[in-house]
Design a protein around this ligand. Structure first.
Ligand SMILES: Cc1ncc(COP(=O)(O)O)c(C=O)c1O
Length: 431
C-alpha cells in the first residue's frame, strides 16, 4: 500500500471512519504530485510557474475570445482554469453557511467543509467506494432510486437490502426499520441511506418520526456498532406540509455519537433548478472526528475524485457563486417553490377523489418532485406502456409494482387530466 495511504489510515485509526473504510477506502490517498506541488507553486513561484498543464499569458489562462463572448462578466480563471480537486474554496464555504442556515439545529463544529463533486450521484458513489466493500449490506427504502442499486451493488459489489418504509397508516414503519438496523448492528456495522424527500415516493418524515429514526441509529451505536448514514438530500427544501421535519436528518446525526458517521450528499441540482450544472457536495459530520480526521477523509475523497474526474466543472462553480450572491435569486427560488407546491396540491386534490380505488393506491407523499402509485393486480410495466402508447403520457414503472409520476414536470392545469387517464387506464387493463 502507498505510504501516504498508510499515513492517512493511521490518522483515522480508532475512529468510526477508519473502521468503516472499504479496501478501496484504505488504499486511496491524495498524492503529493502535480496538484499538490502546483498548489504550492501558485503561492510561492513569483517568477515563473512551470507546474500545471494549462497555457498562460500574462498570469492569466489563455482564453479563446469566443469564450469571452458567451461568458460575459467572467474572468478567464472562472471559465477555463482547472478548479481545485475539492472544489472552489469560496463555494465550499458558502455552501457550508447555506447548510447551517437551512438546518439551524446542526452544530457547526460537528461538520467539515463540504467537498465539491460533479453531482449528487458522484457524491454517493464516492461515499460508497470509500465505505462499502463487496458483500456488505446497504439498507435503503424500498422502492428507492434505481441508481442506488447501480452504485452500491454493481459499482461496489455491496448488497442492497430494501425495507418497505411505510405502515398501513401511511407513516414510517419504525419497528420494521429498527429491526433491519438491529440485524445489521449484530454484525458490527450498519450502512444505511436515507433519502428525504424521497424518490420515488415523495415522502418526508414528521418530527416524531425523525426522533424515532435517530433513536434507532443511536441504539445501534450505543450497542457497539459503527454506523454509516448517508443522507441523500437531493430534494431538500421541497416540503409542502406542516408537521414535516424541515431540516435534514443529518442535523440530528452529525453530532449524535462517536460511532455514527453521517455523510450528507446534496447540492443545487434539484434545489436550485440546475440539473445539468453537475455540481454537488459531500459534507461529513461525526461526533467522533477531530479536524485531523476530517482532513484525512478529505484526502481520501479528493483521491477518489482525482482518480475519476480529476476535478469538477469550473464555470458551473463560478456561475453558482454569482447566483448565490445575487440578491434576486431568493425571490426567484420562492416563486419556483410555489409553482411546485401548487402542482403537489393539484395531485393531492385529485388523489383524494380516488381513495379506495382497487387497482392503484398512492404511497404516502408530502414533499419532493414525485408521487408513487402502487399497482394492485395490474402490471406497472403494462400500465406505463398503455399510457405512453394510447394517451401520450410518460411515467416510470418500478419493479412491476409501482408507477412513479414526476408532478414537478407537469403544468398544474394538466394534472387532473393526466391522473384521470392513469386511473382509467388502470381500470381498463384490470378488467
Ligand atoms: C434520490 C436522488 N439522489 C440523487 C440524484 C442525482 O442528483 P445529481 O443529478 O446531482 O447527480 C437524484 C436524481 O434524480 C435522485 O433522485
Amino acid at each position: 500500500m502507498n505510504d501516504i495511504a498508510i499515513e492517512l489510515n493511521e490518522t483515522l485509526q480508532g475512529t468510526v471512519a477508519g473502521r468503516l473504510l472499504s479496501d478501496f477506502g484504505k488504499r486511496i490517498y491524495f498524492p503529493r504530485g502535480i496538484i499538490a506541488q502546483s498548489a504550492e507553486a501558485k503561492k510561492s513561484a513569483s517568477k515563473a510557474n512551470g507546474t500545471i498543464g494549462m497555457a498562460y499569458s500574462n498570469g492569466k489562462p489563455l482564453l479563446l475570445p469566443a469564450f469571452e463572448r458567451y461568458f460575459p462578466g467572467f474572468a478567464p480563471e472562472e471559465i477555463v482554469a482547472y478548479a481545485p480537486v475539492a472544489g472552489s474554496e469560496a463555494l465550499r464555504k458558502l455552501w457550508k453557511n447555506l447548510i447551517l442556515r437551512k438546518n439551524p439545529s446542526l452544530d457547526p463544529d460537528s461538520v467539515y467543509l463540504p467537498i465539491v463533486t460533479p453531482g449528487v450521484t458522484a457524491g454517493i458513489a464516492y461515499t460508497a467506494e470509500l465505505f462499502v466493500n463487496p458483500g456488505q449490506t446497504v439498507l435503503s427504502a424500498e422502492p428507492s432510486w434505481d441508481n442506488y442499486s447501480l452504485i452500491f451493488e454493481e459499482r461496489c459489489g455491496g448488497v442492497m437490502r430494501g425495507i418497505y418504509f411505510f405502515d398501513d397508516a401511511g407513516h414510517l414503519d419504525i419497528p420494521k426499520i429498527d429491526e433491519a438496523i438491529r440485524a445489521e448492528a449484530a454484525n458490527g456495522s450498519v450502512r444505511i441511506i436515507f433519502n428525504f424527500p424521497n424518490n420515488p415516493a415523495g415522502y418526508s418524515p414528521g418530527v416524531a418520526e425523525v426522533d424515532a429514526l435517530v433513536n434507532c441509529i443511536r441504539r445501534a451505536a450505543e450497542g457497539g456498532a459503527d454506523v454509516l448514514v448517508i443522507c441523500d438530500d437531493a430534494y431538500f427544501g421541497f416540503f409542502y406540509e406542516d408537521g414535516v421535519y424541515k431540516e435534514s436528518i443529518f442535523s440530528r446525526l452529525a453530532g449524535l455519537h462517536e460511532r455514527v458517521l453521517a455523510v450528507k450528499t446534496d447540492g443545487p441540482t434539484k434545489e436550485d433548478y440546475s440539473w445539468g450544472l453537475r455540481i454537488a457536495m459531500i459534507t461529513i459530520g461525526s461526533k467522533g472526528l477531530r479536524p485531523e480526521h476530517f482532513d484525512a477523509l478529505e484526502k481520501k475523497i479528493t483521491g477518489a475524485i482525482r482518480s475519476s474526474v480529476s476535478c469538477s466543472n469550473t464555470p458551473a462553480q463560478s456561475l453558482l457563486l454569482k447566483i448565490y450572491k445575487d440578491e434576486t435569486s431568493a425571490a426567484q427560488k420562492d416563486a419556483f417553490y410555489t409553482l411546485l407546491k401548487e402542482r403537489y396540491e393539484a395531485v393531492k386534490r385529485f388523489i383524494e377523489t380516488r381513495r379506495g380505488n382497487p387497482y392503484l393506491s398512492p404511497m404516502p407523499f408530502n414533499s419532493g418532485y414525485f408521487m408513487c402509485l402502487r399497482c394492485n393486480g395490474i402490471d406497472a410495466g403494462r400500465l406505463r406502456r398503455e399510457l405512453l402508447e394510447k394517451q401520450g403520457i410518460g411515467v416510470i414503472a418500478f419493479g412491476g409494482e409501482y408507477i412513479r409520476v414526476a408532478f414537478a414536470g407537469m403544468e398544474k392545469e394538466i394534472i387532473p387530466e393526466v391522473f384521470a387517464a392513469i386511473y382509467e387506464t388502470a381500470t381498463r387493463i384490470a378488467v
